[in-house]
Design a binder for this molecule. Structure first.
Ligand SMILES: CC(=O)N[C@H]1[C@@H](OP(=O)(O)OP(=O)(O)OC[C@H]2O[C@@H](n3ccc(=O)[nH]c3=O)[C@H](O)[C@@H]2O)O[C@H](CO)[C@@H](O)[C@@H]1O
Ligand SMILES: C=C(OP(=O)(O)O)C(=O)O
Length: 433
C-alpha cells in the first residue's frame, strides 16, 4: 500500500502546468486500435492507467514508443493480433471497456474481465454497454469471470437512446458507429469535455461525427480510419484540483488554463465557499479574502448546495474536492451526488481530522465546516479524487498527516508529489509492507 505523508499548514505558492485528462486519453488510446496507420499523440501523461493500456498493446504485438519526458507517444497497430483465450484486458480501470469495440471491429471477438470497475463509487453498470454492443450486431455471453463478446460479419448502423448520459457508453457507441457502414444516431449522449475531446480525436482519424458537445450524436460510419497526429488538452480536473489546493491552504497558485470557457459553473461553485477564480492570459488563480466561508442563500431555510450530475452539471468526479473545501469553510453546505449511489461512504474518514459531516442518504452529505481540525492518519478507498480530497484537508492542517492507500492518485495525475513540492509542500510517498 502506498501512503502520502504530508506536513501541512503552509500556504501553497507557485505555478502549475496541468497534464492531460485521463478520461480523454484512455478512450483515445483504445480508439487507436481502429487504424493500421501510424499515430503520434502529444501530451500523454505518465499515469498507471496509460501504462496498463500500453502494456496490452505491446502484448498484442503493436509498436509502442513513449517518450515519458515529453509525453510523445508513437503507436502503430499494424502487426497486432488478439487471442481471447490468452490476452487479458487491464483490470481495476473502467476504460478497458472501450477496448471492446475496436477488438470486435478488427478481430470479431473480445473478452471483458468482470473487474473493469475502476473507482469504487458504487455500481459501475455494464448493461448499457452490452445493449450498445448487441444493437450493433455483437453477441454477448457470460463466462467464468468475464464477458465474451463476438461479432459475426460487420457492425450495422443503429439509432439508440441511452437510459442515462453515460460517458463510456457514449464513447463505446461512437467507436462502434464509426466502424458501422451508414449513419447511426445516439440520443441522451454524454457531453463532458473529455467526451468532446475524444470525438475530436475520432474526427482527426476521419470519423464523421455531428453534434459533438450536445446530447445527440450523429455518426456517418464505415470509412477507413487514418493515422495522424493529436495533442491532448489540459485536464479540467487537475486545474480545479490545484486551484482548490491553493484556496484551502490560503496560498497563491496559478494554473495554466487554455479553456476557461469550461469553468463558469466550477467558478460559481468555488464562490459558494468564498473563493474567487480569476482567469487571465491563459492562467487561472484562486483568491480568497479572509477565511473560507459558505455563501448564505437568499432563499430561506435551504442549504447552499453543490449538485453533481452529467455535464453540463457540476462534474461528479470533482465533488470530493469541494467536500474538502466544505469541511474547512465556515457554515453548512450540502453535497449531492446524483450519479453514484456508493460514492460518499468514505466521508467518515473526515471525522479523524475532527471534521463534522453528516451523510443524510447515500447521495447527500452535509458539511458543518470551519471548526478546528487536527492532523490524522486516514485511509482512502480506491477512489482517485477521494485520496486527493483527504490530502487537501491534511495539507490545510498544521502537522503531520498520513493518507494511506493514496496510490489511486497515480491513475490520473502524473508527477503529483513533484508538482506539490514545487508549490512548497512537504510531502512524500511511502511504500508500506
Ligand atoms: C473512464 C471514465 O471516463 N470514467 C468516468 C466515466 O465513468 P462511466 O462511463 O463508467 O460512468 P457513467 O457515465 O456510465 O455513470 C456511472 C454510473 O452512474 C450511474 N448513473 C450515471 C448517470 C446518470 O444519469 N444516472 C446514473 O444512474 C450509473 O449507475 C452508472 O453506472 O464517467 C463517470 C461519470 O462522469 C466518471 O465518474 C468516471 O470518472
Ligand atoms: C472515477 C474515475 O475513473 P474510473 O472511471 O476510471 O474509475 C475518475 O477518473 O475519477
Amino acid at each position: 500500500m502506498s501512503s502520502l505523508i504530508v506536513h501541512g499548514g503552509a500556504p501553497l505558492r507557485g505555478r502549475i502546468s496541468p497534464s492531460a485528462n485521463k478520461n480523454a486519453v484512455l478512450p483515445v488510446l483504445c480508439a487507436t486500435l481502429l487504424t493500421r496507420e501510424p499515430l503520434r499523440l502529444h501530451g500523454v501523461p505518465d499515469i498507471t492507467d496509460v501504462r496498463k493500456i500500453l502494456e496490452i498493446f505491446q502484448a498484442l504485438g503493436s509498436e509502442v514508443r513513449l517518450d515519458r519526458e515529453s509525453g510523445t507517444l508513437d503507436l502503430h497497430h499494424r502487426n497486432t493480433g488478439f487471442d481471447a483465450t490468452r490476452h487479458r484486458l487491464p483490470e481495476e480501470m473502467r476504460s478497458s471497456i472501450m477496448l471492446v469495440p475496436p477488438l470486435l471491429a478488427r478481430f470479431g471477438v473480445a473478452r471483458l474481465e468482470d473487474n473493469v470497475k475502476g473507482c469504487t463509487l458504487g455500481v459501475r453498470e455494464i448493461d448499457p454497454h452490452v445493449e450498445v454492443l448487441r444493437h450493433f450486431g455483437g453477441s454477448v455471453e457470460r463466462t467464468e469471470g468475464s464477458l465474451l463478446v463476438r461479432l459475426a460479419g460487420s457492425m450495422r448502423p443503429v439509432n439508440h437512446w441511452l437510459d442515462y448520459a453515460s460517458v463510456t457508453t457514449t464513447e463505446n457507441f461512437v467507436l462502434c458507429a464509426v466502424a458501422a457502414a451508414g449513419t447511426s444516431t445516439l440520443t441522451n449522449a454524454a457531453s463532458e469535455p473529455h467526451v468532446q475531446e475524444f470525438c475530436r480525436f475520432m474526427a482527426m482519424m476521419g470519423g464523421r461525427i455531428e453534434g459533438i458537445g450536445t446530447s445527440k450524436l450523429t455518426v456517418h460510419g464505415g470509412a477507413p480510419l487514418t493515422g495522424g497526429e493529436f495533442r491532448f488538452d489540459e485536464d479540467f480536473h487537475e486545474i480545479t484540483t490545484f486551484l482548490a489546493l491553493g484556496a484551502i491552504t490560503g496560498g497563491e497558485v496559478q494554473v495554466r488554463n487554455s479553456a476557461p470557457g469550461q469553468f463558469p459553473l466550477i467558478d460559481r461553485t468555488f464562490a459558494k465557499f468564498g473563493v474567487q477564480i480569476v482567469h487571465r492570459d491563459g492562467w487561472s488563480e484562486a483568491r480568497r479574502s479572509g477565511p473560507l466561508k459558505v455563501q448564505v442563500p437568499f432563499t430561506a431555510n435551504v442549504l447552499t448546495k453543490v449538485e453533481a450530475a452529467p455535464w453540463p452539471y457540476f462534474p461528479v468526479d470533482l465533488l470530493p474536492i469541494f467536500i474538502a473545501l466544505g469541511v474547512r469553510a465556515q457554515g453548512n453546505a450540502m453535497f449531492w451526488n446524483k450519479v453514484y449511489d456508493g460514492a460518499l461512504g468514505w466521508t467518515g474518514e473526515l471525522s479523524k481530522f475532527g471534521a463534522h459531516v453528516f451523510s443524510s442518504d447515500p447521495h447527500r452529505l452535509i458539511t458543518f465546516g470551519g471548526g478546528p481540525l487536527a492532523p490524522a492518519v486516514v485511509e482512502s478507498p480506491y477512489i482517485i479524487r477521494v485520496a486527493i480530497a483527504l490530502f487537501m484537508v491534511a495539507a490545510s492542517i498544521e502537522g503531520r498527516s498520513e493518507i494511506r492507500n493514496a496510490a489511486p492518485i497515480r491513475r490520473a495525475h502524473p508527477r503529483f508529489v513533484e508538482n506539490l513540492r514545487s508549490l512548497g509542500v512537504r510531502v512524500e510517498w511511502t511504500q508500506d509492507e
